[in-house]
Write a protein that binds this ligand. Structure first.
Ligand code: PMP
Length: 378
């Protein structure tokens, strides 16, 4: 008998042949970070000294401690919702929320570019699932008109691959017309928008028009975990029906204390937020001066630089890595073929000078490619 089931060997060979094999990579000291989700640099800040404690069980058993309740209260306050429920990760929040919220017959309609964790939650939901074209609210409108009132609409505030921000005016007009329940994942936007960094929905003034939101702590907050915020009665329902709350060990209290600390650090970081915006503007201007590169105008720190072709985008990433930048390529099929890209993520600790060097390095690579392509065609 072979050492491993055949489908595993076949799949691994297939991934290798298609240039899609992923592997783990340790950080390379000295490289400029243009990849992590640590937008505000809080993951690099040492938190409080806490003694590591276990939670001892699920929230419904011995895992519910005063610090959990205090963090949830603070989150309900900060995110201006009636209640908050803590999950151990954003992934678990999305799976736990979406698998439970629709009951047996929920009808879900989601943006086609939502994160894998939301999609996995929808796979476990027992109702039906439909999707609309990315931020295409005419498409959503048509589908909701057919499906009727009471659908759940699921989307993100800041899309992680395209880096675009949610058009709440158009979205809310449609969801309200069709009496849909709107759920927005603020994983990437938490920490970055609004005077306290409470996210895109509040910053844009749509707090009372979005039914539920997910705020995660693994990105700008620099820690781990997430809260689902919304009506108190839904929190009570989730405590009874959300399997990632009921059947999983609660977050250890010292981690809860760290999140609490980091959330308080995050709120006054207005200087960091405006520096990020200035970096984005600078990068837009510099990138758009390079032939064949087009970076969209946006207030987001995630910048897709489209370089079609898995081979080509990998070559660009390798050139930038050799110049000291931690930039990763995003390959097809993670993104649609022809839209392979470098995904550049800016942080408050990046500098204008780093952005300039990055653009110069990309231009150098492009020139070398031109020379190679030219000599290759002869
Ligand atoms: N939602 C979105 C949009 C995400 O990008 C991610 C993480 N990449 C998650 C949820 C999952 O959050 P976590 O990393 O806390 O599990």
């Amino acid at each position: 008998m072979a050492d491993i089931p055949e489908h595993i060997a076949v799949k691994m060979a297939e991934l290798e042949a298609q240039n899609q094999l992923r592997s783990l990579r340790l950080p390379i000291p000295g490289q400029v970070d243009l990849t992590s989700n640590d937008y505000l640099g809080l993951a690099r800040r040492r938190g409080l000294e806490t003694a590591a404690l276990g939670s001892g069980g699920s929230r419904l058993l011995t895992g519910h401690h005063a610090v959990h309740a205090a963090l949830e209260e603070e989150c309900a306050d900060l995110f201006e919702m009636e209640s908050a429920l803590l999950y151990s990760t954003g992934y678990m929040a999305n799976v736990g929320l979406l698998s439970a919220i629709g009951g047996r017959e929920g009808i879900f309609v989601h943006d086609e570019l939502i994160h894998a964790s939301l999609r996995d939650g929808l796979r476990l939901a027992r109702g039906s699932v439909h999707r609309y074209r990315h931020q295409d609210y005419a498409d959503l409108d048509r589908q909701l008109a057919e499906l009727g009132p009471g659908c759940f609409v699921v989307t993100e505030a800041l899309f992680s691959m395209d880096g675009d921000l949610l058009d709440l005016a158009r979205l809310c007009a449609v969801t309200e017309r069709h009496h849909a329940w709107l759920i927005v994942d603020e994983a990437h936007s938490t920490g970055l928008y609004g005077p306290k960094g409470a996210g895109w929905v509040l910053d844009q003034g749509y707090g009372n028009r979005v039914w539920m939101r997910i705020h995660t702590f693994g990105k700008s907050v620099g820690r781990h975990g997430a809260v689902v915020v919304g009506p108190q009665v839904v929190r009570d329902f989730l405590i009874n029906r959300s399997r990632t709350v009921i059947y999983s060990t609660a977050m250890p209290p010292d981690q809860v204390v760290q999140i609490h600390w980091a959330l308080r650090e995050m709120q006054p970081m207005a200087t960091e937020r405006s520096h990020l915006l200035a970096l984005r503007r600078h990068l837009e201007v510099r990138m758009n001066a390079i032939p064949e590169i087009a970076v969209p105008r946006s207030d987001s720190p995630i910048i897709p630089v489209i370089i079609p072709g898995n081979e080509r985008v990998k070559s660009a990433a390798e050139a930038l890595q050799a110049s000291g930048f931690d930039v990763r390529p995003i390959l097809a099929p993670t993104v649609a073929r022809g839209t392979e890209r470098l995904r550049i993520i800016l942080h408050s600790y990046n500098t204008i000078e780093e952005v300039d060097r990055l653009v110069d390095a990309l231009q150098t690579w492009q020139r070398q490619q031109g020379v190679l392509e030219f000599s290759g065609s002869n």
